[in-house]
Design a protein around this ligand. Structure first.
Ligand code: ADP
Ligand code: MG
Length: 239
């Protein structure tokens, strides 16, 4: 069994519309998986099921061997980074990074070591005493990643984390996320609607449309052998 197994996930919010129509995915340990697809296809809904923020209508989710479908989010050992970074405005950067550890009653010395470790990794050591309001957008996004990294989770979830940044910063942060993954090898699910981001970051890519995975493969497979016309057009493969 892989690091994350998604088995026949269905999700309806009401009687008439089914948002997820039977998603199956098997993600290997250390893999960087991209979920890509047009707006409204169900990417964030699927991610929130993996995170345990919402329950599927049917289907099961396994993290490693463990069936986590009925476990609350806090017991899943995952860390999330969203588009809105939601840092605590009244806390310093250092405390923002350490806060998840504080809640889990991790001792102070260990928290401080974690803050130093991620600050070095993300080059934000000089920002630790500042408040989020004193940071640029890119710096805030780094702190949000630092907060996730401090936990050293089994699974990282990203939901369009770069979409609020300008184009130049987006390209920079993309490269940093790649580097970070190469260094930590934490299994990652990364949601984007950006084809370039998908092709440059993903070990494998799941292309979604209308609540179904249209194709699941490496960037090269998807580019060279798109499963259907939708995938070809979405990814921009030669006809
Ligand atoms: P994506 O992240 O791919 O843009 P979403 O997963 O956010 O798409 O949404 C997929 C569909 O589910 C959309 O049609 C959206 O309106 C609907 N949806 C998402 N969350 C809810 C909710 N809490 N209640 C009702 N409909 C929802
Ligand atoms: Mg979304």
């Amino acid at each position: 069994m892989g690091a994350l197994s998604i088995k026949q996930i269905h999700k309806s919010f009401n009687a008439t519309t089914q948002v997820l129509k039977g998603i199956d995915l098997e993600i290997e340990k250390g893999e960087f998986l991209i979920l890509v697809g047009p707006s409204g296809c169900g990417k964030s809904t699927l991610l929130s099921m993996i995170a345990g923020l919402d329950a599927p209508t049917s289907g099961r989710i396994f993290i490693g061997e463990r069936d986590v479908t009925d476990l609350p989010s806090k017991d899943r050992d995952i860390a999330m980074v969203f588009q809105s970074y939601a840092l605590y405005p009244n806390m310093t950067v250092a405390r923002n990074i350490a806060f998840g550890l504080e809640i889990r009653k991790i001792p102070k010395a260990e928290r401080e070591a974690a803050v130093q470790r991620v600050a070095q990794m993300l080059q934000i050591g000089h920002l630790l005493d500042r408040k989020p309001g004193q940071l640029s957008g890119g710096q805030r996004q780094r702190v949000a990643m630092g907060r996730a990294l401090a936990r050293d989770p089994v699974l990282f979830l990203f939901d369009e984390p770069l979409s609020n940044l300008d184009a130049k910063l987006r390209v920079e942060m993309r490269a940093e996320i790649k580097q970070l993954h190469l260094r930590t090898r934490t299994t990652t699910v990364y949601v984007t609607h950006d084809q370039v981001e998908a092709m440059t970051l993903g070990d494998r890519i799941a292309v979604m449309k209308d609540g179904l995975v249209q194709q699941f493969g490496t960037p090269a497979q998807i580019y060279r052998q798109p499963a259907n016309r939708f995938v070809a057009e979405f990814i921009g493969s030669p006809a």
